[in-house]
Design a protein around this ligand. Structure first.
Ligand SMILES: [Zn+2]
Length: 160
């Protein structure tokens, strides 16, 4: 049987590989966005699991400023999680954000998602995926998991 230190080393290597994949693709996405803008690419070809319209504001106004880099990370997290990510909320217009009593800008600037999730085993899968790709801001609620990539908010945080 392997000594635990070898398991630990395996885990580290796995994490490193995952982060490497994410960083390579994020670099590609940065180049693409720089040349085509946030909406200039074919989202259906680009992502395995999400369409852009899934991030439309839920009030029906059509507001959608989802950042492709965020979508890319969420798409990879979904792959690692191995279960569907059903979104309760993607982007929110400022009015709708106020209506749902949010005090943060995370959903307004297009770098946040609330993933429907209400069983302990699904929470484990979703969180494993989110952590695998390096998300730094995660909140767990009774019926959903919030994740965002707001660069102006504290990093390395997890709240309940
Ligand atoms: Zn709206």
């Amino acid at each position: 049987m392997l000594h635990p230190k070898y398991y630990r080393r395996d885990g580290d290597r796995l994490t490193d590989q995952t982060r490497e994949i994410v960083n390579v693709w994020l670099g590609e996405m940065d180049r693409l966005v720089a040349s085509k803008g946030d909406t200039g690419m074919n989202f259906d070809e680009m992502f395995s699991w999400f369409t852009r319209t899934e991030f439309d504001c839920r009030c029906g106004c059509g507001y959608n400023v989802v950042k492709p880099q965020f979508l890319l990370k969420l798409d990879l997290a979904r792959t690692f999680a191995g279960i569907p990510f059903v979104l309760n909320s993607g982007c929110r217009c400022p009015d709708h954000n106020k209506a749902v009593k949010s005090t943060s800008e995370n959903h307004i600037i297009g770098v946040a998602a609330d993933i429907r999730c209400n069983t302990s085993s699904n929470r484990h899968k979703v969180l494993s995926g989110l952590f695998a790709v390096g998300f730094q801001r995660i909140g767990v609620y009774r019926t959903y998991i919030h994740v965002d990539d707001n660069p102006d908010a504290p990093q390395g945080v997890f709240w309940l």
